[in-house]
Design a protein. Sequence first.
Length: 351
Amino acid sequence: MIIIGIDPHKSSLTAVAIDSAGTKLSIRRFVVNAGTAAALTKWSQSWPSRRFAVEGARGLGRGIAQVLVAGDEDVVDVPSTLAMKVRVLSTGGGRKTDPDDAYAVAISALHHKGLHAVRHEDQTTILRLLSERRDDLAHERARTLNRLHQLLRELTPGGVPLGLSADKAAAALRRIKPTTATEACRRDLTKELLADLRRIDANIKTNEGQMRDALAATNTTLLEVHGIGIVLAAKLLGHIGDITRFPTADHFASYTGAAPLDASSGEQIRHRLNTGGNRQLNSVLHTIAVCQSRDPGPGKVYYQRKLSESKTPTEARRALKRRLANVIYRHVMRDHRHAMRDQKPPNDAAA
């Protein structure tokens, strides 16, 4: 089996082919354009038994990885952190070149058996794109509202109450009668910001409708969990992606940062907070935990039990997040199994 490591960049990519002993067979640099995939495939045909290892196949290497998968190539995803550690060990220092990076990616794929195979983009990719768009719109809306508050405070004695919306801002704007050129300028800018706010609100509403349609196509059962709505379910599925890349619920909890890290040493046994993991998923778990600890249900019962065990509210909430990670893993894994069963063609006897 020949391993071809790929170090992708925006305008170029470097490929290094190695054999099972880790010996370099060939190095090639490709300019990224419409013919890159064809040139890479033609170059690699010298080795019929081959596997491509792409650094960051869910990031910068997504384009070439998806093209290779579409061509029925065997492709694995190599995390950049793993490739970096292998490169440092291989070169004996911090020397960094594109061929060195590609070689480190190939060596990672040669010796690491737990790398995830790259699969075709599916509905979860759409959900992640929509979720990221929702986050951008939410941040833009917050900036616009802050600017509106500032201008209305300067135009209206005492400003306007919190919880500002487009309709409330329009009502406040109608009561403003500028008496100077400066106030007229502020009013005009407020009108522009109000138009921006209405546009953002319309985009958010459209985005939520797109999320709802995309979620319906997945037949997810996550919406059955108390505290999970359209937006949170879309973010969960979008960032989880292929649930089978997590062998167990413990692996998934570690990925989300909900599982504490073992920091034991000698006779001392202790754990510490995991500040790593996917922070987007960790944020979703926190939101659900806050909701469940507040509303009646099994989540609140568990939260209250932890409080009765002399846990602080923060510690009790973290414990609930860990429990919720297991719940979400079971739901998504069960949905995946049902989807695989429905896609499985009937056997001859059933036919």
